[in-house]
Structure formats: structure tokens, C-alpha cells
Design a protein around this ligand. Sequence first.
Ligand SMILES: [Fe+2]
Ligand SMILES: [Fe+2]
Length: 176
Amino acid sequence: MPSVTSPQQLFEHELQDMYYAEQALTQVLPRLAEEATDRELTRAFTSHLKETKNHVANLEQVFEAIGKKPEAHRCAGIEGIKKEHEDFMSENDASADMLDAFLTGAAARTEHYEIAAYNGLVSQARALGEREAVELLQENLKQEKEALKKVETISKRIVKEASNGSSRSSRSRTGR
Ligand SMILES: [Fe+2]
Ligand SMILES: [Fe+2]
């Protein structure tokens, strides 16, 4: 069991956790983009996939900046959010718009998780005087916040359209 008794060790642990989470998300986002039927939502997932690949690269640079080898530690938080999505997909036969609305919620949960993690990492890196790490982590944090805002806007529109009974709401998902 690795001992965590210094801020430096905790920072490394949290970094490994996010390195795992970001890598997992590069696998999940293409699936979400495929499952979404709303074009703006699909585009949002696709563009966040590009950013997420950059988040992985930024984290690798952070490891380098602190003189450590990039290492991933299984992040139970992101696995939980993934499982919630998988359960919904296997347990429910959702209409296209309700599936899209669900996906925006899953995405928002993920972004909130990432934002909390990066807020912590940024303040830890700052306290440790790791200036390069602070900059790289802030870049990731900023993009997570923007992604959250975007997905929340899309979510509001989808739910509003569905509640108004627009044509999309009665359309069923293709292949179902
Ligand atoms: Fe990310
Ligand atoms: Fe994200």
C-alpha cells in the first residue's frame, strides 16, 4: 500500500486518478457521439473528444514537469458514472429525445466531476509551487467548464422542445 503522507504524494495520487479518468473518457466519448441523435449534441461530444485527448497529453506534461512517469490509477468515480450510463442503456427503451436528454445529464455529471478534480489539482500544484503544472491543469479546467456550459444549454433546449411536443419528441430511435 503506497503511503500518502505529504501534499506531493497526494498530488501525485490525484494526478494518476485523473490520468485514468481522461483516458477512460477518450473511449466513452465516441460512443456517446454515436448514441446521440441530436446533431448539436453529437458535435459537442466529438469536439470534447478532441479536447479530452489534449487533456491526456497535458497530464503527461504535468507528470514530466514534476519529474514523474505518467501512471494511471483506477478512478472509481468515473467508473461509477460510466456504469450509470450503461445501466440506463440496458434497462430502458428511451425515445430519441429522452436518450439525448439523458446523455446531456451523464455528460454534465462527468464535467462536474472533472471540474472538482481539476480545482483540487490546481490549488495543490499552486501550493507546491509547480507553476508549469498549474498552467497545464488550468487549461484542462477551463475546457471542462466550457464543455459543461455547452451541454447544459443543449440539455435545456432538448427538454424544452420535448415538453412543447415538437416533432422530434414523438420520433423513436432508429433501429428500435
Ligand atoms: Fe477532461
Ligand atoms: Fe470533460
